[in-house]
Design a protein around this ligand. Structure first.
Ligand SMILES: [Zn+2]
Ligand SMILES: [Zn+2]
Length: 348
């Protein structure tokens, strides 16, 4: 019986990766297609990819696959050939991360999940095979100008805030599973219009497009490869950008600038700014937008409270930290209306 998971310590594996001399290529891909036996599919994939020294994380579900992996450069072609040998994945676009050092992963994890994107859909009639039509950057630029078109941003609020497409409407919910019924409800009167959906890499809007068709919309498109692929296409083809600002991504840069426009504001002083940061107080860790001056003034904290906290003696901090679950806070819509710290009557 082959070993289908790692038995070496995490730290050891990381050291091994760092000791590698061959550069790695980081790629991401996803595909919605029916997988009858996700566990068997997973085990076969694990065996094949481990042989190619692939690292990363992959989710497999009945509805498809979602992967972010790194592969030694010399084995990229072999990885592609293996994936393309799976009929549903033949010819699939593999997105190569441009400025990535390939050092984000040091172990291969392939997990069987209920869904590759959690959607909260329980309706057995819902069918991912019936989804919207792909649209490329060039056609997207045309269709967006049509007055009969409604452009829908299927990302989270904090992503929309720093950059989005012209005319795009936001679906104001903090989770994708809430956004789906909300989007259908918001556009209930527009079932005959052209609906164009987009997200960061395409995986969310592809599902959203299927949901809209399921809800009786007739003309639904989704941006192929999302904003990431759109940005590459406009650069390659010299097309004008209908996207303004920054594309938020969860990597160390917390965003890739698409145009020079700064469309968001510092959450502390209100000045134009679009740099996301995590509050440096690790019991808070709030994700918010902060300008360079406020970053200095508040020492990378989201509030005076957090700033005071980080200056407490470490024993006091540790004592207070007890019982606080270390959460990953994001700047939820509900918190946006929080008074600014510069307001004179604001008390913390
Ligand atoms: Zn500021
Ligand atoms: Zn904070």
């Amino acid at each position: 019986m082959p070993v289908l998971h790692n038995r070496v310590s995490n730290e050891e594996l990381k050291q091994r990766m760092l000791a590698e001399t061959e550069p790695r290529t980081t790629i991401s891909f996803y595909c919605y297609f029916p997988i009858g036996e996700p566990q068997a599919f997973r085990d076969e994939l694990y065996t094949a990819l481990e042989r190619l020294k692939v690292f990363g994380r992959i989710y497999v579900a009945h509805e498809g696959i979602n992967a972010q992996v790194s592969v030694p450069q010399s084995r990229f072609a072999a990885l592609r050939d293996h994936l393309y040998s799976i009929p549903a994945l033949d010819g699939l676009r593999l997105n190569v991360a441009v400025d990535d050092d390939g050092k984000s992963f040091w172990v291969l994890r392939i997990k069987v999940k209920e869904k590759i994107v959690a959607d909260g859909i329980n309706d057995p009639e819902f069918d991912m095979a019936n989804r919207g039509k792909y649209i490329d950057a060039e056609r997207f630029n045309d269709i967006i100008d049509d007055p009969n078109t409604i452009v829908v941003d299927m990302r989270n609020h904090y992503e929309y805030e720093v950059g989005h497409f012209e005319k795009a409407i936001e679906v104001p919910s903090d989770t994708f599973r809430e956004q789906l019924p909300m989007a259908a409800g918001m556009l209930d009167q527009d079932k005959d219009k052209t609906i164009v959906m987009y997200c960061t890499g395409g995986i969310r809007c592809e599902k959203a497009s299927a949901y809209m068709l399921h809800k009786g919309f007739s003309n639904v498109y989704h941006l192929e490869g999302g904003i990431i692929h759109y940005a590459n296409q406009i650069r390659e083809k010299g097309l004008p950008s209908k996207f303004h600002g920054k594309n938020f991504v969860f990597d160390n840069r917390l965003g890739e600038r698409i145009t020079d426009e700064v469309i968001a504001h510092c959450h502390q002083c209100g000045k134009p700014a679009d740099t996301h940061t995590n509050c440096i107080n690790d019991t808070c860790h709030l994700l918010f937008i902060q300008c360079a001056e406020c970053s200095e003034k508040y020492e990378q904290c989201c509030s005076k409270n957090c700033q005071e906290f980080i200056h407490l003696p470490s024993e006091v901090q540790a004592a207070r930290r007890k019982g606080i679950e270390k959460g990953h806070n994001i700047f939820h819509k509900s918190k946006r209306l929080r008074p600014r710290l510069s307001d004179p009557d604001h008390t913390l």
